[in-house]
Design a protein around this ligand. Sequence first.
Ligand SMILES: NC(=O)c1ccc[n+]([C@@H]2O[C@H](COP(=O)([O-])OP(=O)(O)OC[C@H]3O[C@@H](n4cnc5c(N)ncnc54)[C@H](O)[C@@H]3O)[C@@H](O)[C@H]2O)c1
Length: 353
Amino acid sequence: MPLNTQSPTGRLPIYIIGAGSIVNDAHLPAYKIAGFNVQGVVDIVYDKAKATADKFNIPGVFTTLEELLAKAAPNAVFDVAVPGLETMAVLKKLPQGSAVLVQKPMGENYEEATEILQLTRHKKLTAAINFQLRYAPYILATKDLIDKGVMGELNDIEINVNVYTPWHLWDFLYSSPRVEILYHSIHYIDLIRNLLGNPRSVYAKTTRHPSMPGLASVRSNIIMDYGDMIRANILTNHCHNYGTPKQQSYIKIEGSKGAIKINFGALIDYPRGAADSFEYILLEGDKVPKWKKMKIEGSWFPHAFIGSMSQLMLAAEGTIDRPDNSVEDCIHTMACVEAAYRSSEEGGVKPCQ
Ligand SMILES: NC(=O)c1ccc[n+]([C@@H]2O[C@H](COP(=O)([O-])OP(=O)(O)OC[C@H]3O[C@@H](n4cnc5c(N)ncnc54)[C@H](O)[C@@H]3O)[C@@H](O)[C@H]2O)c1
């Protein structure tokens, strides 16, 4: 079913839990663009909440989650962006029946994702996960072409990332048993699922790198299996430490009548980034097909974050039954992540001796 891209009224009050980098760099800049009504913020480090409130003119700054919950309006929308290990404790404290957007990943593994799902069901929360690449402006443009039928049937998706990622910026990754797929390729797995549905199976190999021995894995090859006629591949290398000329990151989508190539710049020369580009080609009768460029306003960071919150607010307002990025949907992304790790551990088929 096509995505409902209607804007929510934006009137529901948003309360932010965790005032770290992603909230300051993406959530709040996105909500400012969208005109959403952010009413409160809390962080276990009060000064971080205060600095965030000052920067984004948020009226309520709280010292504890309990204090925030006591003051929050009954129609509050909670935006949880704490480290994954803290997510369950926060969700347990939210009022029964509330609306909540939870930062990705949905737990550290499938077991934790299932616990989050069960808790949200038990507490009747309207709960969504912040898998936001699905709502990046270039992906919305892609979905528009698909929905118009001009792409025909999709038969090929390739996501190829060859960049240098300064993983040392995220300390917690050094103690995590899972890195690349759980924290990065998860976005691409979620996107492919969002475009093609759930795969039949997943093949994967996730690999370490000699220059980053402290990290569990920093490169991945993932095949999402949709049968004999559809190819869906993710290839990532975050260790290309040879300058920017050969860095690349693209999403290529092919259908029976057209193709799209999105060069997305967010990861190039990180954190500086580079410009995105969106090119597409449509087969029209006997005409010689030509690639065209489409100008897209906005990018993954921060604009996609409008989409993940909009879905939650549309559901909380009663405009749609369930967010597109509901926990009920996103559990399947976590199942694919789990399958990818299992495939990588179990290994491939050994050649005959
Ligand atoms: N969607 C994305 O693309 C994306 C990108 C980056 C990070 N993330 C996710 O967002 C989350 C936060 O990441 P970050 O980079 O902002 O980390 P961060 O460390 O910069 O921020 C986390 C903040 O949460 C606060 N905090 C911790 N426990 C808390 C609690 N119980 N109550 C209130 N505040 C608490 C910390 O003091 C800190 O300020 C992580 O789960 C991460 O995986 C998602």
